[in-house]
Design a protein around this ligand. Sequence first.
Ligand code: 5RP
Length: 250
Amino acid sequence: NLSTPSSAPSLSPSPVILSQDELKKIAAYKAVEFVQSGMVVGLGTGSTAKHAVDRIADLLNQGKLKDIVGIPTSKQTHQQASSLGIPLSDLDTHPTVDLAIDGADEVDPDLNLVKGRGGSLLREKMIEGAARKFVVIVDESKWVPYVGASGAMPVEVVPFCSKYTQDCLQKIFEYAGCVAELRTLSGGQPFLTDNGNHIVNLFFKSDVGDLRAASDAIHRLPGVIEHGMFIGMATAVIVAGESGVTVKNK
Ligand code: 5RP
């Protein structure tokens, strides 16, 4: 469990309407309060995690944090963190991550997540899976009643015959009204992940039910590399909303 550090500021309700980006920043800054000098920190990807990386860099520059090693979850985050001067490494050199901080596309009532709409789910899952603590940072729009309720659940697949893998995925989840679509760029060509793979987006019309069974069924398909359901991985979820910021522990 993560307990709130005593130095943590508490937000009182304010009449000011905060933008979604301001809420993301509040959640991100709150998460960075859990970073301590000497830690190996998993650096997430996306517009929320970007604020956490900025904040870690600020604290390093101010001398308030020392000896941080960042493990970026994407090329994009690697670029951001290295340009800010955060010392970086990888799982080969640092196989244990003290704390990972990342956003999410969806959070369900059991703190299961959908991640990867930004395309970085594989590296995120590897690094966050290696973390002793994984803190998720979201604005309140990310709450969903069940996984897949608000949009795509991405699956990273090998490019070889990805249409075949896409069709197999759709068939597996026929019972939940699944529509599987290859993620493409504006020119129509397949989106390529940092690992050179394709993404198949799964859209469900209803709850898929048992998430671990769904995960196993996806993993049994040979063309699949990884999916964007992060089941039971979050240690805590920090949610920023109009009424303040809350930390939900697993
Ligand atoms: C990227 C991710 C992101 O964490 C997720 O898409 C949330 O992004 P944002 O913070 O921009 O809303 O999984 O692959």
